[in-house]
Design a protein around this ligand. Structure first.
Ligand code: FE2
Length: 101
């Protein structure tokens, strides 16, 4: 069975939502000075780099955003701008994690 691109993106978002829950726990531990397993941090960074950035965000940036902009499907709100800002925020989050290792 072939999945449409929008279905794939929705499924990926569900996986990323679970991942962000884990990241939230890690950040709380780091913020309170609790120790965090270095290997777990490295695995989170790897997931962010390979799955979120190179696999998921690239699809959105190369395919979805171009289509939204081309067909002006974002309406009065700057949806593409908001999504691009989310990606920038995610990359900043990854940088913070990298600096904590
Ligand atoms: Fe996304």
């Amino acid at each position: 069975m072939t999945m449409k691109i929008n279905e794939a993106l929705i499924a990926e978002h569900e996986q990323i939502k679970v991942f962000l829950g884990v990241v939230n726990v890690i950040f709380k531990k780091l913020a309170t000075g609790e120790s965090v397993n270095k290997e777990h941090l490295e695995q989170l960074i790897l997931f962010m780099t390979d799955y979120i950035d190179k696999f998921h965000h690239l699809k959105e940036e190369d395919i979805l955003f171009n289509k939204l902009e081309k067909y002006e499907m974002y309406g009065e709100n700057d949806l593409v701008g908001e999504l691009k800002a989310d990606h920038t925020l995610g990359r900043m989050l990854k940088k913070s994690l990298e600096e904590s290792v």
